[in-house]
Write a protein that binds this ligand. Structure first.
Ligand code: MN
Length: 259
């Protein structure tokens, strides 16, 4: 099932994306399916008549995982990590499909990082690897936008990874998906830049969720970004970046200068 969060010029609502005789539609839900029971209201809208929003706004946190693909660690001059390398992005960095990635005035090197994103279903701590499917709501596409020069200069990554608009998510949450070996690709202005597979992760999704839950409580709607394949690179104002995860969809965003 594909769960979308959307607007039709009013408050955000949630819906199930489906097909109605060849037309993509959204079956409107009552309430927030992450925090209440899944119930269709009966209203149905054309998908192309709604504005998709970030499918989840984490109330608590976005967890990032660094250097989780060996080829990406190598392209940045780093050894593969011995254990998952964890950082946080503030929930205020989240934006949705087609929202602008705002190029900060403080950086000269703004990079895309296309990633598979995990959405957490329930409050959990110390989750065994074998129990991880019980705490995962689904998967979406993420772009772990990074100010590469600030990442190096600051040492800590809070600023380099944490500017407003540095965490595009979308286009929806796919709730039934085997994420063991999916293509993760990124294009810049239509040109292929990243071409990886989730099977290349050093630490797989169950290992990551279990590891993160070993030190912090995960809450419904928390997001874990699972790391980026090789091929990261700079974006400029005026560019359009698009990340696709096989089986989920494409997350596209323009890059704009800070006005
Ligand atoms: Mn990343």
């Amino acid at each position: 099932m594909r769960i979308a969060r959307f607007s039709t010029n009013g408050d955000p609502r949630f819906g199930v994306v489906g097909d109605d005789a060849g037309t993509a539609v959204v079956g409107v839900l009552e309430g927030d399916p992450l925090h209440s029971r899944l119930r269709l209201s009966g209203e149905k809208l054309r998908l192309d008549a709604v504005r998709l929003l970030a499918p989840v706004l984490p109330r608590s946190k976005v967890v990032g995982i660094g250097r989780n693909y060996a080829a990406h660690a190598a392209e940045m001059g780093n050894d593969p990590p011995q254990q998952p390398l964890v950082f946080f992005k503030p929930n205020t960095s989240v934006v949705g499909p087609h929202d602008a990635i705002v190029y900060p005035t403080q950086t000269r090197s703004l990079h895309f990082e296309g990633e598979l994103a995990v959405v957490i279903k329930r409050i959990c701590r110390d989750v065994d690897v074998s129990d991880v499917p019980k705490v995962v709501y689904g998967y979406t596409v993420g772009n772990d936008v990074t100010a590469r020069d600030l990442q190096e200069r600051d040492g800590q990554w809070a600023r380099a990874k944490g500017f407003d608009s540095f965490c595009p998510l979308g286009p929806w949450i796919e709730t039934e998906l085997d994420v063991g070996d999916l293509a993760v690709t990124t294009t810049l202005n239509g040109e292929r830049r990243q071409d990886g597979r989730t099977a290349q992760m050093i630490f797989d999704v169950p290992t990551l969720v279990s590891y993160v839950s070993s030190f912090t409580t995960l809450l419904p709607g928390d997001v874990i970004l699972t790391g980026t394949p090789a091929g990261v690179g700079p974006m400029e104002a005026g560019d359009e970046v698009a990340v696709t995860v096989e089986g989920i969809g494409t997350l596209a965003n323009p890059v704009v200068a800070r006005g």
